[in-house]
Design a protein around this ligand. Sequence first.
Ligand SMILES: N[C@H](CCC[C@H](N)C(=O)O)C(=O)O
Length: 283
Amino acid sequence: MKFTKMHGIGNDYVYVDCTKKELKDPAEISKIVSDRHFGIGSDGLILIGSSDRADFRMNIYNADGSQAEMCGNGIRCVAKYVYDYGLTDKDEISVDTLAGIKYLKLTIENGKVSKVRVNMGKPILKASEIPVKAEKEPVVAEAIEAGGREWKMTCVSMGNPHAVIFIDTPVKEFPLETYGPLFESHERFPKRTNTEFVRVLDRKTMEMRVWERGSAETLACGTGTCATAVAAVLNGLCDRSVLVHLLGGDLEIEWNEEDGCVYMTGPATTVFDGEITLPEGLE
Ligand SMILES: N[C@H](CCC[C@H](N)C(=O)O)C(=O)O
């Protein structure tokens, strides 16, 4: 199987062009290619497909093989892939996902995509649509017990579920590997959840780490950063345009007051092209 390894500020995936041929078992393939010792090493697998209602389609699978509705860092790399590899010559494209059709604006430098601005759509705040079991909605600063401690969570879906937790200590010191898994599989999240631990630095700046559903800690999470920006506004902590520092780099997020949509701007990077021999029956 031919692939291209790409990342969005360190959130790395194996990309496969499926515009001509679908993969037989992407969930199984994602588990194989994600393995950093026995496979290629990635946070998961992203398939680029054709669509009859958008320019392209994106399907994303986490490292554990679970399929997610959307991937913010991934969709920027999809835009880079289709432009740089000649599948389109447009600098504005649409990509169909399980979270709906997304619209992207590509920045071209020296004939290749360097940066992408994505309309990530409107945040979903209805508890039953996130989904999360909650006392009130929107789910803002709501108590949840995990690991013998009480936390305040704000829940937002960008097509996929996010629990945003604001903390006062530097995120690098936070014991993410202890608490991340407890939130990921917490009984209040029927479809599990991605969890962001965030420190507000000022009204325009935050720092964040993320424990992703199905992929453990990643260096960045695009949908999670959008959810964090929305949560910060709902909690009165930040303005509607923020810069977010993640371990892998920075993202600019705007929750636009006029159209209610969240816009994410960030880079996309190609690392290498390769070919992997899959087990019998998976090719
Ligand atoms: N783990 C996520 C999918 C990947 C999202 C993330 N990598 C991003 O950039 O948005 C989920 O299961 O919802």
